[in-house]
Design a protein around this ligand. Sequence first.
Ligand code: CUA
Length: 155
Amino acid sequence: MHLHKYEKIWLIFGIASLVVFLSVVGISAFSHGHTPAGGMDTIDPKKVNETAPFDNPGVTQLDDDTYQVAIVAMAFSYTAPELKVPAGKEIIFKVTSTDVVHSFTIDNTKVNMMVVPGQITTKSYTFDKPGKYLILCNEYCGSGHHFMSTEIEVY
Ligand code: CUA
């Protein structure tokens, strides 16, 4: 195969650019210790109901300014008894799934987490305003996907 001189130059330039850009992304990710946004905690999806904090899902007060909310997602609901949390305090959401990939999305907030079986996804959020917030699944998870929602009350 014959390559024109300019083709060769541009090919080398393109490949070299790719190597440089990927190196920059890779090296900066490792040097800053980047991890997936929701953390890297894992869990046995078959033992979710026996593993803390999911053996006791719902709201737990950790200290004066911090609350933890543990939620299990499954087709097609969230185990979320009486979700009530205060405004102005740090709420740490921990979610996992027992079956397929779901999402845990709280309307009108920046909480939008993937819920993956075998993984615990964590996100911290502070609600500014009291009110009722819709929680819904925005990953297509099966025939009942559009029924998968619940509510959290912020007081
Ligand atoms: Cu769960 Cu869509």
